[in-house]
Design a protein around this ligand. Structure first.
Ligand SMILES: Cc1cc2nc3c(=O)[nH]c(=O)nc-3n(C[C@H](O)[C@H](O)[C@H](O)COP(=O)(O)O)c2cc1C
Length: 210
């Protein structure tokens, strides 16, 4: 299948059948998340991969009782940094120097610019910026899942404060953003599976400026 065929095959799955997704497919999806671009390369988020049935049920209860949250194989939870700190920024800049094996004045000046800007900003502004980066990776995960024939459901319909409590995120300087149940569609019980995709016209989506 071509890329667009796979993206057309994907839909926000409403019912999953509990079948387990093989580890190599999960690994591919995680690798796609890791390869996502992020602002200044900071990767200001983490991904929790939940397979524990009891925990999935607990999360379903604070997620509008959406069945995919517990009937999925793997539940990915994208969590973002609650703010930017000097330590977090330095970690990624130091890692870059270590991996590339050299230091560069331009890069160090850029580090200093971020250190002089981000940590002083309001934590809510920083969290929102970090969350945007998590969503880029989230989108890449959705595309990667379709590429390896795995169904997924983007899920924002949950109580984020409750999820933060269940997963003890705030203590770790993290906040939940969005979830991605991964699994296989239960076609017989999914009202959406055979419905046409609805998208606005390309004219309404795109403006060409020559
Ligand atoms: C950030 C985000 C959050 C979403 N949250 C939910 C959700 O909680 N439950 C759900 O069933 N679908 C959710 N959706 C799915 C959208 O409703 C769906 O992607 C959209 O209607 C387009 O349909 P399609 O994905 O099947 O093409 C979400 C989608 C996105 C991108």
């Amino acid at each position: 299948m071509e890329l667009l065929d796979k993206l057309k095959w994907r839909y926000a799955t409403k019912a999953m059948n509990g079948q387990e997704v093989a580890q190599d497919k999960i690994d591919t999806i995680i690798e796609a998340i890791s390869l996502a671009p992020t602002s200044s390369g900071l990767q200001p988020f983490e991904v929790l991969v939940i397979t524990n049935p009891e925990l999935k049920k607990q999360i379903r209860a604070i997620s509008w009782d959406q069945s995919v949250v517990s009937d999925c194989s793997h539940l990915l939870v994208f969590v973002a940094w609650d703010t930017y700190t000097a330590e977090r920024i330095n970690y990624m800049f130091d890692l870059t120097n270590q991996v590339r094996g050299f230091e560069n004045q331009g890069w160090e000046d850029y580090r200093q610019m971020l250190l002089n800007t981000y940590p002083q900003r309001d934590a809510e502004v920083n969290f929102n910026h970090a969350a945007k980066q998590a969503y880029i990776a989230f989108s890449q995960a959705i595309a990667a899942a379709s590429f390896v024939g795995v169904d997924s459901t983007p899920v924002e319909g949950f109580d984020a404060d409750e999820l933060d409590k269940i997963l003890n995120l705030r203590e770790k300087g993290l906040r939940s953003c969005v979830m991605l149940p991964l699994g296989y569609r239960d076609a017989e019980n999914d009202w959406l599976v055979n419905l046409k995709k609805v998208r606005k016209s390309k004219e309404d989506l795109v403006t060409i400026i020559d």
